[in-house]
Design a protein around this ligand. Structure first.
Ligand code: GDP
Ligand code: IMO
Ligand code: MG
Length: 421
C-alpha cells in the first residue's frame, strides 16, 4: 500500500484541515509530518468549529489512528490545552493518537528565543507565529534538541542544560523575560503528555503499510514557506514540500502514492515577505472580508491577492502533485472579473518561472477572466457549476498541468464537491 500526501501549495492556510477531515473516512491513518503549533487547521461540521494546531485533522472521523510524526515539533503546554479542549468537547484522544519519540520538544526558552530573534531583526522581522518553531528546529539540526523520547530518561538534566544554554543567548540579546508561569504550564504539559503512547512511528507506519492500511499525511504551512524552496528567509523552518513527508515520518520516497496539492482560488500570506500578487486596494479588502482572512492561530490580518500561477506551477513541480484541490472559490462569487497571474515582469522582461528571489520589483502579468456572479456555496454537484466557473477550472487545470479533483465552496465539511474518484 502507498501513502498519500495532502499539502499546501501557497503560503499556508489553504484549507488543509477541512479537506483532511473530508478525506479521512477513506483512510485508516492520518499523520502529521512537520511543523508544530504554528499551524492552525480549521474544521467545521454540525455547526461546530475546531482549530487544530498539533493534532492531526483525522481526529474527528471515528476510530482512525492519528500520528504525530518525528518531523513535528511539539509544545507540551499548547498540546495539553488543545487536547483537553477536544476531550472536553466529547472527542477522546488517548486511544487514537500516538506520538513519535523522535519528535522534538519546543521548550519555553525556544519561544522566548523566537521573540528575542524577531526583536533583534528590527525591520527585517519574519513575522513568525511566536511559537518557538525556528529555535526548536535550529536545536534539532545543531544536535542540541530534546525529543519526546527523552521525557522517559534523564529528562531534568537534559532540560536544565538546554535551558541554561538558551538563557545565555537570551542574556546576550539583552532580552528580558519571566519564565515562571510558562515553565510551570510546560511541565504540566509534560505530565499530561505521558498519558499518550510514545512510539517509533517509522516502524508503526511501515508495519501499517505492510498490513495494507491506507495512510494520509497532512502537511502544515505551504510550499512557498518551505525552508529550502520558499521565499527565504521569510519562510518557516521545516520542509513543507512532499519530500518532508518522507523524512518527517520515515517512509521511503517510493512509498508515496497520490499527492494532493491544495490552493485557494486566490492567494493569502501572513507575516512578512514578498508576495508578488498582493492587493492593496478595495479588491484585496473585499477578499479579506468575504474570506474571513484572519489568522487561525494569531488572529493577524492575512494579506490577500490574486492567484499566482507562476508560484503554483513551481509548487506543483516540487511536490509532484497528482491531484489539485481548489478552496474558497465561493469567496470570489461577487467579482465581475477575476485575475490570475500567468507571468512576472522583472526589469521589463517577462518570465514564467520562479526567480531566485521574489524580492525587488516584480510586476505580475495577469490574465483576466469573467466572474461567475453566482452563489457557489449552496451548489452540491459539478453539474450545477456556472459556465464561467467551469471555464475557470479548465483554465487552471491547463495552466497547472493537473486535474482539480475537489472544489470547496464553503467552510463546512458538506460544502465540498468531489469531481471524480
Ligand atoms: P489550513 O491551515 O490550511 O487548515 O487553513 P486555515 O484553517 O488556517 O484557513 C482556512 C480558512 O478558510 C478556515 O477558516 C476555513 O474554515 C475556511 N474555509 C475552508 N474552505 C473554505 C471554502 O471553501 N470557502 C470558505 N468561504 N471558507 C473556507
Ligand atoms: P498552516 O498550517 C500560514 C508563517 C508565519 C511566518 C513564517 C514563519 O495553518 O497553514 P514560524 O512561526 O513558522 O517560524 O513563522 O511562516 N506561517 C504560517 N502562515 N499558515 C501557517 O500554518 C503558518 N505557519 C507559519 O506567519 O510568516
Ligand atoms: Mg492555518
Amino acid at each position: 500500500m502507498k501513502i498519500d500526501v495532502l499539502l499546501g501549495l501557497q503560503w499556508g492556510d489553504e484549507g488543509k484541515g477541512k479537506v483532511v477531515d473530508v478525506l479521512t473516512p477513506s483512510y485508516d491513518v492520518v499523520a502529521r509530518f512537520q511543523g508544530g503549533p504554528n499551524a492552525g487547521h480549521t474544521l467545521e461540521f454540525n455547526g461546530e468549529k475546531y482549530v487544530l494546531r498539533s493534532i492531526p485533522s483525522g481526529i474527528f472521523q471515528g476510530d482512525k489512528i492519528n500520528i504525530i510524526g518525528n518531523g513535528v515539533v511539539l509544545d507540551p503546554a499548547l498540546f495539553r490545552e488543545e487536547a483537553t479542549a477536544l476531550e472536553a468537547s466529547g472527542h477522546p484522544l488517548k486511544e487514537r493518537l500516538i506520538i513519535s519519540k523522535k519528535a522534538h520538544l519546543i521548550l519555553p526558552t525556544h519561544r522566548l528565543l523566537d521573540a528575542a530573534y524577531e526583536t533583534a531583526k528590527k525591520d527585517s522581522k519574519v513575522g513568525t507565529t511566536g511559537r518557538g518553531i525556528g529555535p526548536t528546529y535550529t536545536d534539532k539540526i545543531s544536535r542540541n534538541g530534546i525529543r519526546v523520547g527523552d521525557i522517559l530518561e534523564n529528562f531534568e538534566t537534559k532540560y536544565t542544560a538546554a535551558k541554561e544554554r538558551h538563557e545565555k543567548i537570551l542574556k546576550s540579546l539583552n532580552y528580558k523575560y519571566d519564565l515562571t508561569e510558562i515553565e510551570k504550564k510546560w511541565f504540566e504539559g509534560i505530565e499530561y503528555l505521558k498519558q499518550f503512547k510514545f512510539v517509533d512511528s517509522e516502524h508503526v507506519i511501515n508495519n501499517l503499510l505492510k498490513e495494507d492500511k491506507t495512510i494520509l499525511c497532512e502537511g502544515a504551512q505551504g510550499t512557498m514557506l518551505d525552508i529550502d524552496f520558499g521565499s527565504y528567509p521569510f519562510v518557516t523552518s521545516s520542509n513543507t514540500i512532499c519530500a518532508g513527508a518522507c523524512t518527517g515520518l520515515g517512509v521511503a520516497p517510493n512509498k508515496i502514492g497520490d499527492v494532493y496539492g491544495i490552493f485557494k482560488a486566490y492567494c493569502t500570506r501572513v507575516g512578512a515577505g514578498p508576495f508578488p500578487t498582493e492587493l492593496f486596494d478595495a479588491d484585496g479588502d473585499k477578499i479579506r472580508e468575504i474570506g474571513h482572512e484572519f489568522g487561525a492561530v494569531t488572529g493577524r490580518k492575512r494579506r490577500c491577492g490574486w492567484i499566482d500561477l507562476v508560484a503554483l506551477k513551481y509548487a506543483v513541480m516540487l511536490d509532484g502533485v497528482t491531484n489539485l484541490i481548489m478552496m474558497k472559490s465561493d469567496v470570489l462569487d461577487s467579482f465581475e472579473t477575476i485575475k490570475a497571474c500567468v507571468a512576472y515582469k522583472i526589469d521589463g522582461k517577462e518570465v514564467d518561472y520562479l526567480p531566485y528571489s521574489l524580492e525587488g520589483k516584480i510586476e505580475p502579468v495577469y490574465k483576466e477572466v469573467p466572474g461567475w456572479k453566482t452563489d457557489l456555496s449552496k451548489i452540491k454537484s459539478e453539474a450545477d457549476f456556472p459556465k464561467e466557473f467551469k471555464s475557470y477550472i479548465d483554465f487552471l487545470e491547463k495552466e497547472l498541468g493537473a486535474r482539480i479533483k475537489i472544489v470547496s465552496v464553503g467552510p463546512d465539511r458538506e460544502q465540498t464537491i468531489i469531481r471524480y474518484n
